[in-house]
Design a protein around this ligand. Structure first.
Ligand code: BGP
Length: 477
């Protein structure tokens, strides 16, 4: 028996993103998006941070988004497997460039609209609620070439048009929406998060925060449009969450941890509370950042705040002011964490900290007092297919079991959580590495880092485990 219970209508399921699953990168009239320019390996990391040498895929190079796991053609088969696990929800994203290939056409691309119509119909046929992200790392490349992406105010009305188009088209089918995936990623991986090419390191912060302002206004305008077009829908923000621990109780470390948390909260403070937080003023002054605003921006931000807080949680982070600690112990995630001796790490150096999940959920609920939606969580790991075709991913089950238990505890703590869509329920391309070997799925996909393999789908041990979790509404872990 557990101490906790999940609400009856809890949205159990999984989450994927268009660019990491669909493939068909130029099919159905789709235009190029930033992820179509990301190869694998070291080059990918450089580009994600803003060092971009070419805005077109190189002949012969391998770009994992181009075919991904071919969800574009195989979604019916995959959704049937999700339905077999008992999914109540599937989080997907719409590729902006399927709807507006260059981001600025007068009329939307019907083939792209039809693809998502069919996808949502298939989900609804199985009783699976679509949860849809408008922008998951995929700005149309044309908007970078022409305007410098989110540096430019021009993207605000273009994004608003895109949002209105999909709200109008899918208003009968989609009731859960999110604006920008992991909006705070813009600070860490500016090309991936916002299509920003950063040539001069010196103006990095200025460019990033001006682009952030544009995304925040665009997000608020999308919230406005969603509320007007689909009054019974809920629309949320999406934060790459995971609190910062101070490495010691030295007040200097504690203060730094607070500042690091605020770097991320900054975005949600605007999206959920409706105004720039008090601490932003000093931060902008100290860093010589000037935000150019239109006269109506403050009003737009104020009046159109999100309905729920969507977030991803993989790891907690730890920070220190001691140069020796910083030098010796950096862990593998983009947030620049030092090692925490109390928690273990994944093969990719991401900390594994289920209690941190409960703390993070409590922290977010205390701060925003709005329902939370856990829209990503999971363990990226290498899986081995045994000679009989079995995949015994006990390490994944262990990670998920401990995190779901802490989520249950958070609910018992009084935190309102409406759903849990674990990341990559079927193996997809890894966002940070572009590799296939970093797998999150309950379903294995036969495809390797070079794009070879039959694409066959195989159920892992965790498939049966998650099915039982959902069937028992989180009782049987
Ligand atoms: C988040 C992204 C996802 C996703 C996940 C796991 O940052 O929203 O797109 O991929 O992290 O990261 P990775 O694929 O790098 O392991």
């Amino acid at each position: 028996m557990t101490n906790y219970s999940f609400p009856d209508n809890f949205l159990w399921g999984g989450a994927i993103a268009a660019n990491q699953a669909e493939g068909g990168y130029l099919e159905g009239g789709k235009g190029l998006t930033i992820v179509d320019l990301l190869p694998t390996g070291e080059k990918r990391r450089e580009i994600m941070k803003g060092k971009v040498t070419s805005l077109h895929p190189l002949e012969g190079a391998y770009y994992p988004s181009h075919e991904a796991i071919d969800f574009y053609h195989r979604y019916k088969e995959d959704i049937a497997l999700f339905a077999e696990m008992g999914f109540k929800a599937l989080r997907v994203s719409i590729a902006w460039a399927r709807i507006f290939p260059t981001g600025e056409e007068e009329t939307p691309n019907e083939a792209g609209l039809q693809f998502y119509d069919d996808l949502f119909d298939e989900l609804l046929k199985h009783g699976i609620e679509p949860v849809v992200t408008l922008a998951h790392f995929d700005v149309p490349v044309n908007l970078i070439e022409k305007y410098g992406s989110w540096r430019s105010r021009k993207l605000v009305p273009l994004f608003e048009t895109y949002a209105k188009t999909v709200f109008t088209r899918y208003k009968e089918k989609v009731k859960y929406w999110m604006t920008f995936n992991e909006i705070n990623m813009l600070l860490h991986l500016p090309f991936l998060g916002a299509g920003l090419v950063i040539e001069e390191e010196a103006d990095r912060m200025q460019v990033q925060y001006q682009a952030a302002h544009h995304q925040l206004v665009a997000s608020a305008l999308a919230v406005k449009a969603c509320h007007e077009i689909i009054p019974d829908a809920k629309i949320g923000c999406m934060l790459a969450a995971g609190m910062f621990y101070p490495y010691t109780c030295n007040p200097e470390d504690v203060f730094l941890a607070m500042e690091k948390d605020r770097e991320s909260f900054f975005f949600i403070d605007v999206q959920s509370r409706g105004a720039y937080p008090a601490y932003a003023k000093r931060f902008f002054k100290d860093n010589r950042i000037t935000i150019t605003m239109e006269p109506e921006d403050e009003k737009i931000l104020k009046e159109h705040t999100v309905d729920y807080i969507g977030f991803s949680y993989y790891s907690s982070r730890t920070t220190s002011t001691d140069p020796e600690v910083v030098k010796n112990a950096t862990s593998g995630n983009v947030f620049g964490s030092v090692s925490n001796p109390y928690v273990s790490k994944s093969e990719w150096g991401w900390t594994i900290d289920p209690k941190g999940f409960r703390i993070t959920a409590n922290q977010l609920y205390d701060r925003y007092q709005k329902p939370l939606f856990v829209v990503e969580n999971g363990l990226g790991a290498v899986d081995t297919v045994a000679s009989e075709g079995e995949i015994s991913d006990d390490y994944r089950i262990d990670y998920l079991r401990r995190h779901i238990a802490e989520m249950g505890e958070a609910i018992e703590d009084g935190v309102e959580i409406i759903g849990y869509t674990s990341w990559g329920p079927i193996d997809i391309v890894s966002a940070s590495s572009g590799e296939m070997k970093k797998r999150y799925g309950y379903i294995y996909v036969d495809r390797d880092n070079e794009g070879k393999g039959t694409l066959q789908r195989i159920k892992k041990k965790s498939f049966y485990w998650y099915k039982t979790v959902i069937e028992s509404n989180g009782e049987k872990l």
